[in-house]
Design a binder for this molecule. Structure first.
Ligand code: DGL
Length: 273
C-alpha cells in the first residue's frame, strides 16, 4: 500500500498565478513534496463558462490523484468558487481551497473601507457575498475587477510599464474612495504584491490568504496522519498544459529560482464524472 506520508501534495491554478500559494506552502511545510500544475493552455478561467471551469478543475484533479497526490490545493480563487464543492464531493483526500482574506482585512482597516481585487467571477460569487455578510457588515467592501492582470502575469510581465498602468487604473480609485486595506482575491495578483504596494504607498495594508491556506493544509494533513515524516527527499515538480518553453521562464521568475517545467497534455475532462 502507498505510504501517503511519502506522496506529494497536488497544487493547481489556471496558470502560473498559484505559484504565489505554492511558495507559502513550501515555506510552511519544507518536508513535503509538491506537484504543481499550471493549466496555462486554458488561462484565464475568469471569462470561461462554469461547465468549462468545472471540467478543467476535475481533469486536473484527476491527473494529480493519478500522480498519487495525498491532498489537493486549489490555488485559484476562481476555480474555488466555481468547482470546489464538486471536487470535495468526488475525492476523499483533503481538498484545500482559497478564500479571499475579507476577515483579516475587516480586522485591520482603520478607515472602514476595504478594496477587493479579484476576477469578475470571484467578485460575483455567492461565496464572496457570504464572506462579506459574515465578516464585512461593519465596513464598506468595494469590489474591483482587474481585466488583463492575469494575462500580464501569464506573460511574465510583472515589471512592465503596461502592467503598472493597469495596476494604477485598478488601485487608485479604491484609494480615492478611502480604502486603506486591499485584499488580493486572485492568486495571480499576489505575484504583483510589491508593485501594488509601491502604487498604493506604505500606509496601505495588503492582505492575501496563502499563509492561511498553508496552515489549513498542515492542519488537515496532521488530522489525517498524512504529514511527511521528513525521511524522504522533498521535491517540487512543475507541469503545464501550455508550452513548457514559454511557461518555464515565467514560473522560474515567480518561484525565484530556475525550475524545470514539463508539458502535459490537457487531461481529458470527460474521463472524470
Ligand atoms: N489565479 C486565478 C484566481 O485566483 C486566476 C483566475 C483566472 O484564470 O481568471 O482567480
Amino acid at each position: 500500500m502507498m505510504d501517503r506520508g511519502k506522496s506529494a501534495i497536488g497544487v493547481f491554478d489556471s496558470g502560473v498565478g498559484g505559484v504565489s500559494v505554492l511558495k507559502a506552502l513550501q515555506r510552511a511545510l519544507p518536508n513535503e513534496s509538491f506537484i504543481y500544475v499550471a493549466d496555462s493552455a486554458n488561462a484565464p478561467y475568469g471569462d470561461k463558462s462554469t461547465a468549462f471551469i468545472e471540467g478543467r478543475t476535475s481533469a486536473t484533479a484527476s491527473f494529480l490523484v493519478a500522480s498519487h497526490a495525498k491532498a489537493i490545493v486549489v490555488a485559484c480563487n476562481t476555480a474555488t468558487v466555481v468547482a470546489v464543492q464538486a471536487l470535495r464531493a468526488h475525492y476523499s483526500i483533503p481538498v484545500i481551497a482559497m478564500e479571499p482574506a475579507i476577515k483579516p482585512a475587516v480586522q485591520l482597516t482603520r478607515s472602514g473601507v476595504v478594496g477587493v481585487l479579484a476576477t469578475e467571477r470571484t467578485l460575483e460569487s455567492p461565496a464572496l457575498a457570504a464572506l462579506c455578510r459574515r465578516f464585512g457588515e461593519t465596513v464598506e467592501v468595494i469590489p474591483q475587477p482587474c481585466p488583463g492582470l492575469v494575462e500580464a502575469v501569464e506573460r511574465g510581465e510583472m515589471d512592465a510599464e503596461a502592467t503598472a498602468q493597469l495596476l494604477r487604473r485598478y488601485v487608485e480609485p479604491l484609494l480615492a474612495k478611502g480604502a486603506d486595506t486591499l485584499v488580493l482575491g486572485c492568486t495571480h495578483y499576489v505575484n504583483l504584491s510589491d508593485q501594488i504596494q509601491r502604487i498604493a504607498g506604505p500606509g496601505i495594508t495588503i492582505v492575501e490568504s496563502s499563509a492561511a491556506v498553508a496552515r489549513q493544509l498542515e492542519r488537515r494533513l496532521a488530522e489525517t496522519g498524512n504529514l511527511s515524516d521528513g525521511m524522504s527527499n522533498a521535491e517540487t515538480r512543475f507541469f503545464t498544459t501550455g508550452r513548457a518553453d514559454q511557461v518555464q521562464p515565467v514560473i522560474s521568475a515567480l518561484w525565484g529560482a530556475t525550475v524545470h517545467v514539463q508539458a502535459i497534455e490537457a487531461p481529458d475532462a470527460r474521463t472524470v464524472a
